[in-house]
Write a protein that binds this ligand. Structure first.
Ligand code: ZN
Length: 453
């Protein structure tokens, strides 16, 4: 396909995906469940025919995929954990064309261990339509305006930038006038200057990053033009941070529940009473420690089935977050079921001796593409003292990467900081939400203040 044809195709597919999307969150629940179960049957058939892991699983366990007709029938399949996918990611990628031409993403590092997930191109294009559902929340918070300007503060190579690069290749210059990319790797003063220059209606970033810049603004250390709405996903924000932004600055917050394994899980609405789950696109259930399903109101681990992606196919996948489903109906009128606030997605920002800070995603970047790295944890003991615990596939892999890692960490954290690195044969088993790849033990400043309140 030529570049122009590709753009024409992508523009048409993504424009068509917009149709009817604003209505979907308000559809009767039976209708939503019909949409969900139809997508489920399609993805199960696709998995049986084209995804090696499921082909083998169904054969080995004697499961007839035709028996999986509704979301409840997913209980017949075993739960899938991250480590199984991490050990052999290709087993979960479809051998059909959508899988073979899919775009790779690397999980964003909140668990400290990289995992590659492929998303098929068609699902990425129709994601434009699915975005409308949360954009409608922003529009309503902006008083009903159809269009608005947005500055996104991400990091180079992160999910957001890979996604936007893809859309740029596949669409004719849409949205460029309303969107600006800023980066967590830029000095915070220049991000602040850019926000004042652009004066965007919406600023979206990581919860930890937004919290850090608003804390610095509250302390008078930086100044920027405050947006009308802020939005965060990927990680979380402390309750103290939310209070600061919502009450002291008077800015409403929209939060997205996204993961690289399933781009669109849920979003908060104008009432902010938890995440509305996109029930037609993803099936979410909550399980206990033994994997048994829990009822509404009971807190447990989030298990997702992505009904849309035909790259890496994940059914009954343990995401590692802790939450509970709610029985309550939201006053906004959306029929999508509500999920409580997530536990364990808080990330620590590392404050530096020069008064700035380093976002945990920049630490992640140091490890992201290094072969043999299984998991890392960077612990800040004092402004200038760090401990690095690094798990690699074996001792030799540790020796191969450690000098480069330390060098890069010095560039990020300052040449004079002390970094003591230790090799870890393995970490304690990951318990949902408890592990932080970047942990700050500073008690007098930093984003961890007010946590747990
Ligand atoms: Zn609502």
């Amino acid at each position: 396909m030529t570049a122009t044809l590709k753009k024409a195709y992508g523009t048409v597919v993504s424009a068509a995906s917009l149709i009817g999307q604003s209505r979907v969150p308000y559809l009767p629940r039976e209708h939503l469940h019909q949409m969900r179960d139809r997508r489920l049957r399609d993805i199960v058939r696709y998995a049986t025919e084209t995804v090696p892991y499921y082909r083998d699983l169904f054969r080995r366990e004697g499961i007839d995929p035709r028996d999986i007709r509704t979301a409840q029938d997913l209980d017949r399949l075993p739960l899938l954990d991250k480590d199984t996918v991490r050990r052999n990611p290709k087993l979960f990628v479809s051998e059909a064309k959508p899988g073979q031409t899919a775009v790779p993403f690397v999980t964003s590092g909140t668990t400290g261990a990289p995992l590659q997930i492929f998303h098929d191109r068609h699902s990425m294009l129709i994601n434009t339509g699915f975005n409308e559902r949360e954009k409608d929340v922003v529009r309503s918070l902006l008083g009903g305006r159809r269009s608005y300007t947005e500055a996104g503060i991400g990091y180079q190579g992160g999910t957001r930038t890979v996604f936007r690069k893809f859309l740029d290749d596949y669409r004719f210059g849409l949205g460029q006038a309303v969107w600006t990319d800023l980066y967590v790797s830029d000095p915070v003063k220049s991000v602040a200057a850019a926000l004042s220059r652009l004066q965007p209606d919406l600023v979206s970033s990581y919860g930890s990053y937004l919290e850090a810049i608003f804390r610095m603004a509250a302390a008078g250390r930086i100044h920027f033009h405050a947006p009308h709405v802020v939005c965060y996903g990927a990680d979380s924000m402390t309750d103290a941070g939310k209070r600061l932004i919502e009450r002291d600055f008077g800015i409403p917050i929209v939060s997205l529940y996204n993961a690289v394994e399933a781009f669109k899980i849920g979003f908060t609405c104008e009432h902010g009473s938890g995440f509305h789950l996109r029930e037609d696109l993803i099936y979410v259930k909550i399980v206990d420690g033994d994997g048994f399903g829990l009822g509404t109101g009971q807190k447990g681990e989030v298990v997702v089935t992505n009904l849309v992606n035909r790259g890496t196919v994940l059914l009954n996948y343990r995401l590692g977050d802790i939450a509970s489903l709610s029985e309550e109906r939201c006053p906004c009128g959306r029929t999508f079921v509500l999920l409580s606030e997530l536990e364990g997605r808080l990330e620590d920002v590392v404050y530096l001796a020069d008064g700035g800070f380093a976002h945990p995603r920049l630490v992640w970047k140091v490890f992201k593409h290094r072969p043999g790295v299984v998991r890392y944890q960077l612990i800040q003991h004092a402004l200038d003292t760090f401990e690095l615990r690094l798990a690699t596939v074996d001792r030799a892999a540790f020796e191969r990467v450690i000098d480069g890692v330390i060098e890069e960490l010095h560039r990020l954290l300052g040449a004079s900081v002390v970094i003591e690195a230790t090799y870890q044969a393995e970490f304690q088993p990951y318990v949902g939400g408890k592990f932080r790849p970047v942990l700050s033990l500073l008690r007098d400043r930093g984003s961890h203040q007010g946590e747990g309140t």
